[in-house]
Design a protein around this ligand. Structure first.
Ligand code: SF4
Length: 211
């Protein structure tokens, strides 16, 4: 049986994009194809600004698990008092390096909807309920349809408008969280003012102190 390398699994609220505020269990898959996650490799990484720790399996509820174990964990984490539909968000790292059809089908059978946050360089299994693609400069985007496209802004020489005609329902600009955050936020605000087709996404989990 396939075993998945999982950095962490936790209940929170979606902090970004269209489903901001929606209760969700985040499953963070270990590993990414655009950066090793190691500081020594950051300078030569495609996403040298990445703000996520996706290395190893040492986070909360992390480990090398088969799908049955993952389902046990999410069933325990989902609180029965939550009114919204049970929902997991598969993120990373890059979840599509590991996520397969068996994972999707069995999580559905357990009663959860599935969202993914992907960099768009891999094709997902069928029947994922919400696909969010976040394109990165100098990577080859092959996933060109989904539910929302979230562009971390700015990425020098990489224009969000080139994605505007792709088959997504929602288009978001999200300020890059690095040392220039204030400037990035201002630039993002200006972008959406000038391009009303796009909406602003803020990382509200950081603002509100959610995990
Ligand atoms: S694709 Fe996402 S997780 Fe991977 S290195 Fe880039 S920003 Fe980080």
């Amino acid at each position: 049986m396939t075993r998945y390398s999982i950095k962490e699994i936790y209940l929170t609220k979606q902090g970004e994009g269209h489903h901001t505020g929606r209760p969700a269990i985040f499953i963070r898959f270990s590993g990414c194809n655009l950066w090793s996650g190691l500081e020594k490799d950051r300078k030569k990484a495609i996403c040298n600004w990445c703000d996520t720790d996706f290395v190893g399996t040492n986070g909360i509820n992390g480990g090398h698990y088969d799908i049955e174990k993952i389902i046990n964990i999410i069933l325990k984490l989902w609180e029965p008092t939550i009114k919204e539909e049970p929902y997991i968000v598969c993120t990373g790292g890059e979840p599509l390096l590991q996520l397969d059809q068996d994972f999707v089908d069995k999580v559905h059978l357990a009663g959860f909807k599935i969202g993914i946050e992907t960099n768009g360089t891999k094709i997902p299994p069928r029947n994922i309920d919400w696909i969010c693609v976040s394109p990165k400069k100098n990577s080859k985007i092959i996933l060109i349809k989904g539910d929302e496209l979230k562009f971390v802004y700015p990425q020098s020489g990489f224009d969000p408008l080139q994605f505007e005609n792709l088959n997504f329902n929602f288009f978001f600009i999200q300020p890059m969280d690095n040392n220039n955050y204030d400037e990035n936020k201002m630039m993002s605000e200006n972008f959406v003012k000038n391009n009303p087709f796009w909406k602003l996404s803020l990382q509200t989990h950081k603002i509100l102190g959610f995990p």
